[in-house]
Design a protein around this ligand. Structure first.
Ligand SMILES: [Mn+2]
Length: 348
């Protein structure tokens, strides 16, 4: 007999049994994700569909999200997996008998859908939120990735896992745990190790490397020439940029410069100023600095090594001493960041 690669938990077994009782032969299934879907949600939805498809058959199924894909890497991931993710506004939810919510909970959808949704299946790893019930609910907030939970379901179902599903689940775990830099448990590591045996690692490497569009280079160049460096803190206002991802990528890149402790990259996207913080998290706490500098007029937050603030342009204009210009925004950034007490012992 083959040895079990991962011990199957009692709760997985019971929930899997419940799932099999709920699903009818050739059922219809809607897989619902919240926000712009990330690899963990997508891989989990792929896994649940595979399980139901291979055990009971599906007459139709749909991957649905409340917002479109944004990150270039996710777009490429989805197209390589040959998936089509529809926007919930374009889908007739009632034409599906089963609704499964993955990597989210019914309460997350109140705003986006403007109504209560009654799914049959909810599988998630976020802390439980709001008042809701579903015939099958499996919430395990201690897991770093939902893909790890779905790996356990797959093993329990004894469905043969296609290689691209191993690859997707591995990528889901990798991204949701930020390569195990974020909280993960031994189950995540087991699921990762198991999927890694069969996954296409070169594909993942390719996806991870391909992230900078050619035209972003002008921002790297601009930051190189205009970035202010004060005691290891690098600050730059990039002007109008096409997405917040520009600021994120530039900040991540310049954080690698020797002697840099944290980077603040700001840019205007649409009608708001986006301020991205990236740091090593060792001495300074990006989340706290962001809150102290911009918390009064901006919205956002973060943790020790990464933070983000957003300020609507009309609010920003009220706070500037002059018109909105390159110099006035730069001055505003420096002035606000000065609010950070230097050598605060609590920062250690
Ligand atoms: Mn997740």
């Amino acid at each position: 007999m083959k040895e079990e690669p991962i011990p199957i938990k009692k709760e997985t077994e019971l929930n899997f049994k419940k799932l099999m009782e709920m699903v009818q032969p050739d059922d219809s299934l809607l897989l619902l994700m919240n926000g712009s879907p990330d690899p963990d949600a997508i891989a989990s939805a792929m896994a649940l569909r595979e399980i139901i498809q291979k055990t009971k058959g599906l007459s139709k199924s749909a991957f649905v999200s409340t917002e479109p894909l944004i990150r270039q890497q996710n777009v490429e991931f989805v197209s390589s997996m040959r998936l089509y993710i529809q926007l919930v506004s374009n889908v007739d939810i009632d034409s599906y008998r089963l609704i499964a919510i993955l990597d989210a909970q019914p309460s997350f959808f109140y705003k986006a859908l403007n109504s209560t949704i009654k799914p049959q299946i909810v599988i998630d790893h976020h802390p439980r939120e709001g008042e809701w019930h579903a015939p099958l609910e499996d919430i395990r907030p201690n897991y770093g990735a939902l893909s790890s939970i779905l790996t356990e379901y797959l093993l329990c179902s004894r469905v043969k896992i296609p290689r691209n599903l191993h690859t997707a689940l591995l990528y889901g775990i990798k991204t949701d745990t930020d390569n195990f830099n974020r909280s993960a448990i031994i189950e995540d590591i087991s699921a990762y190790t198991y999927n890694a045996k069969y996954a296409n690692m070169q594909f993942i490497r390719r996806i991870e490397l391909n992230q900078t569009p050619d035209h972003f280079l002008k921002y790297y160049n601009y930051a190189y020439h205009h970035m202010n460096n004060f005691r290891g803190r690098r600050v730059c206002f990039l002007g109008g940029v096409e997405s917040a991802d520009v600021c994120v990528q530039i900040a991540d890149f310049y954080l690698r410069l020797i002697g840099t402790y944290y980077v603040v990259m700001a840019g205007i996207v649409g009608d708001r100023l986006i301020i991205i913080f990236r740091g090593d998290g060792y001495r300074q706490n990006c989340g706290a600095i962001a809150q102290r500098a911009f918390g009064l007029i901006g919205k956002g937050g973060g943790h020790r090594s990464a933070a983000r603030m957003e300020i609507p342009l009309d609010v920003l204009k009220e706070n500037l001493e002059s018109e909105l210009s390159q110099t006035s925004v730069e001055k505003f950034l420096f002035r606000s960041l000065r609010r950070e007490p230097r050598n605060d012992p609590r920062e250690d």
